[in-house]
Design a protein around this ligand. Structure first.
Ligand code: ADP
Length: 639
């Protein structure tokens, strides 16, 4: 994936403030679960501190028989006083064993609880985020889809959201681990010897800060490495796909040099980063070593000199057992910071997307018409895709029930002009009206219920033929989805199927559907029957007709269809345009020769209009086009 994430780098501009707060907002509803999880997590960490203390107590009290009070004595778990005699030592040992067993039990129970509670919270947040993002994307306007790649949206819905989940899951736990471990160890060590606690803890902030700096230094380098890898991969992929061309021109050496140069860059960058990374971690180990040596000396000297407050043998053991544990979460600070940065950029995309406002929305006091006449007016309409004018000052008055054919070269702006009627885009200048009312005043849903569009290459979903047609009406769709073709048919299901069938008949699709292996219940799409272009379009026409719209926009398929299919599509168009206002974008002019009016567009403007006969007589662009297409047409009386 390219570094601009399919056009999604820009969505972060919709945000102000740190998007990680927005992420926290998603955690709020789960606060009881979250609090319990955090508490359990702390308990796990504290339970893990117990075994070294037990080892210390075993050495001092059981083995050495010393009466010096340790932590366990102070908290009342062990009896005070010198331990003498085998029986007393054994009793003490038994008690230590029980405490250790309990500590392990607590640790495993709380570990289960904390992992389960925190991970399930992360899963719930992931689910909520995905549902919200998907729903939001769907409602964005067409201009957003035009400028953002599907791949980018998929990567937000997948990778970015998954990354946030794993951040919450792993790094949050690491954070608790660090706070609880460092805090717990600090308390225990300070209890035994503030001096040694200081020696042990002094490097903690140093390691934290050093990790942070290390990461800010290495991160841009890793980014550059990722880019180099991406370029190298593209080059390799290109060369393998173009193997035939390379052979044909015998360009092996040329390509070898290009690949080798990129391979070399990658190698150099990687080795440089490796050097620094390994050096950093070696230095960290050195810090641990220094602490070890200093502590060993300080503690040992105190013991030898018999200074007051000198550590016992058992406490020295506790100290060294803790030392390792103290620094291992610290070493992860850098990694966590890295994960945090990555999660933050994911959060920027996810929440930036969620903050993206649809450009086309229903007005506050929208008009929701029950029925329309279907009169369509374009009044001085101009529209540009990102500064590139595609429709220029178009004015047209189309009475209700009329059929308008649109002709003109590819890219003339015909589809774009008509997309302004159901508000897939809004005009930059001028007004589009239906029944004399600005389309921007209607409720969007209602407008689209009354203005149907059949695209040139209609999209059909995986599912049955009936479901695809039923898509045109929410109620029928609910009745059609999930129905069991072999199950009993109730009245609602029967009526839904009747409507689907009626629409299919009107679209001249009924006959071919009946011949499919399971008729209307045949699965189509990836996992089912593959329909031809003509059949797909007729299913799409049925889908558009299901709601009996007053205005229909039909973009004729350009794909080569045989004469028979063309005749059938023609028939369905004839049915389609009956009793409603129809716009037909024609690629074969024969399709629109019976239209009430033919509008010819070029470079976004209307250049000619009139009936087929008028335009032929005028001898302009349309007449030229008509003659040019004569060869492709079955011979008719007009030629
Ligand atoms: P026609 O239907 O006459 O073939 P269109 O309305 O499809 O013409 O396209 C008009 C022009 O607008 C073309 O140059 C096309 O490349 C451009 N265009 C169409 N859709 C988009 C889009 N989503 N984003 C940017 N440009 C577009």
């Amino acid at each position: 994936m390219s570094e601009d994430h399919g056009g999604f780098e820009g969505v972060r501009e919709n945000l102000d403030g740190n998007p990680m707060w927005n992420l926290m907002g998603y955690a709020v509803p789960y606060w009881p679960r979250l609090t319990a999880g955090v508490a359990a997590s702390f308990l796990t960490r504290f339970a893990r501190l117990v075994p070294p203390i037990i080892v210390g107590a075993a050495i001092d009290r059981v083995i050495r028989g010393s009466g010096e009070p340790g932590l366990l004595t102070t908290v009342g778990l062990l009896p005070a006083g010198t331990i003498e005699g085998e029986a007393a030592r054994l009793a003490l040992l038994q008690r230590l064993v029980v405490i250790a067993a309990l500590a392990y039990l607590v640790r495993s129970v709380t570990r289960f609880a904390s992992r389960y509670l925190l991970q399930s919270t992360a899963q719930k947040i992931q689910r909520d985020l995905r549902d919200d993002s998907y729903d939001h994307i769907q409602r964005l306007s067409m201009d957003f889809f035009a400028t953002h790649q599907t791949g980018g949206m998929m990567s937000i819905l997948n990778s970015d959201i998954n990354r946030l989940e794993s951040f919450l899951n792993t790094e949050f736990r690491q954070f608790i681990r660090m706070v609880a471990t460092v805090g717990g160890i600090a308390v225990v060590l300070a209890y035994y010897s503030p001096k040694l606690a200081l020696v042990a803890l002094a490097p903690v902030p140093v390691i934290g800060v050093a990790s942070w700096f290390f990461l800010s230094w290495i991160e841009p380098r890793y980014k550059s490495i990722r880019e180099t890898v991406a370029r190298l991969n593209t080059r390799l992929e290109n060369n393998l796909s173009g193997a035939a061309v390379i052979k044909a021109f015998d360009r092996y050496d040329f390509e070898h040099d290009r690949v080798a140069a990129q391979s070399e860059t990658y190698h150099d960058e990687k080795v440089a980063a490796l050097r620094i990374r390994r050096g950093f971690f070696a230095a960290l180990r050195l810090v641990t070593g220094v602490v070890f040596v200093v502590a060993l000396f300080v503690a040992g000297r105190d013991i030898i000199a018999g200074r007051p407050g000198a550590l016992t043998a058992g406490t020295v053991a506790v100290f060294f057992l803790y030392l390792r544990r103290l620094y291992s979460p610290m070493r992860r600070v850098g990694k966590s910071a890295n994960k945090y940065q990555l999660a933050k950029s994911s959060a920027e995309r996810v929440f930036g997307l969620l903050a993206q406002e649809p450009s086309v929305t229903s007005p506050a006091d929208a008009s929701v018409p029950e029925e329309l006449d279907g009169r369509v007016t374009f009044d001085g309409v101009t529209f540009a895709y990102e500064e590139r004018p595609v429709v220029r000052d178009v004015s047209l008055e189309v009475p209700a029930g009329a059929t308008v054919g649109l002709a003109g070269p590819t890219g003339a702006g015909k589809s774009t002009l008509l997309k302004l009627v159901p508000r897939f885009h809004d005009a930059d200048e001028g007004t589009v009206r239906v029944d004399g009312r600005d389309v921007r005043e209607y409720d969007l849903q209602a407008l689209r219920d009354h203005v149907a569009v059949v695209e040139q290459q209609p999209y059909l979903f995986s599912g049955t033929v009936a479901e695809n047609i039923a898509y045109g009406d929410r109620e029928v769709l609910d009745d059609e989805t999930g129905r069991d073709p072999d199950g009993p048919v109730d009245e609602t299901a029967r009526r839904a199927r009747e409507r689907v069938r009626a629409a299919a008949e009107a679209a001249e699709a009924d006959a071919f559907i009946a011949e499919l292996p399971e008729g209307y219940d045949t699965q189509i799409g990836e996992r089912g029957v593959k329909l031809s272009g003509g059949q797909r379009q007729r299913v799409a026409i049925a889908r558009a007709l299901l709601n009996d719209p007053e205005v229909i926009i039909f973009d004729e398929a350009t794909s080569d269809v045989d004469t028979e299919t063309e005749r059938r599509i023609q028939e369905s168009i004839d049915r389609l345009v009956e009793d409603r206002t129809a716009f037909v974008i024609a690629h074969r002019l024969s399709t629109i020769q019976n239209a009430d009016r033919v509008v010819v567009m070029d470079e976004g403007a209307v250049v000619e209009q009139g009936t087929h006969a008028d335009l032929l007589a005028a001898g302009g662009d349309y007449a030229d086009l008509w003659r040019a297409q004569a060869d492709e047409r079955p011979v008719s009386a007009d030629d």
